[in-house]
Write a protein that binds this ligand. Structure first.
Ligand SMILES: Cc1cc2nc3c(=O)[nH]c(=O)nc-3n(C[C@H](O)[C@H](O)[C@H](O)COP(=O)(O)O)c2cc1C
Length: 204
């Protein structure tokens, strides 16, 4: 699919077919996600894919009963790793090796992020994780797999359901599956969008 087509035809889907998504298909989507940009290239994202009935039922409860959580083939929960030191050594070591920064600068950054507490990095992880989640939506749609990004869920409840580490901050939930093209939803025209004339200002 051309990039422009993918952008113009992606839509949030709530009606899915019963067709399953294989873990290989899902992994292929993540092969694209890994190339997303991130602050300092620290890639502070963790994705939990839930594709079993029981798990999806539990997440649906945490998402205030939203039906597409169980109707979709899989649900992805995006978490942000608040510990900026988690991958610092590998990331900055790679940058020093490839000439993006000096050994000295890499060493200082590794030290800085190793000492820093995880608290207060919530906004920092959300920025990079939302970009990765967006890559996921378009990489999926490029393969005909639809999604719906979701903010309507209880982060604490989902963290407990999935038993994730304390430093994983809940960012976004997404449903994934093949769209039911016979559904009323699919037949509807795409929702309105504001025009660039309205939302873009140039200069000050
Ligand atoms: C941050 C965010 C939170 C959202 N939360 C939900 C949600 O909890 N449930 C839902 O069904 N859709 C949710 N949506 C989907 C929006 O309703 C949808 O993107 C919007 O209506 C535009 O429709 P479209 O994506 O089909 O163009 C969310 C979208 C975003 C970006």
């Amino acid at each position: 699919m051309e990039t422009q087509d993918a952008i113009e035809t992606r839509r949030s889907v709530h009606s899915y077919t019963d067709e399953e998504l294989t873990r290989d298909e899902i992994t292929e989507i993540f092969e694209a996600v890994r190339w997303s940009p991130s602050s300092y290239n620290l890639q502070p994202w963790e994705f939990v894919v839930v594709d079993d009935e029981e798990g999806q039922e539990a997440l649906r409860e945490d998402a205030y009963g939203q039906e597409h959580v169980t109707d979709a083939a899989a649900v992805v929960v995006v978490f942000g790793e608040l510990d900026r030191g988690a991958h610092a050594e590998r990331v900055f070591g790679d940058e020093a090796e490839k000439g993006y920064r000096s050994d000295e600068s890499a060493r200082k950054l590794v030290e800085r992020f190793a000492e820093e507490p995880p608290e207060g990095n919530e906004e920092w992880v959300v920025q990079s994780c939302m970009i990765a989640a967006t890559t996921l939506m378009y990489a999926a749609w490029n393969r005909g797999i639809a999604s719906c990004p979701m903010g309507g869920w209880d982060g604490d409840a989902v963290s407990e359901t999935l038993d994730v580490p304390e430093t994983w901050y809940p960012v976004l939930m997404l449903t994934l599956g093949y769209p039911d093209k016979e559904s009323d939803e699919w037949r509807r025209e795409r929702k309105m969008r504001r025009s660039p004339e309205e939302f873009v200002s140039f200069g000050r």
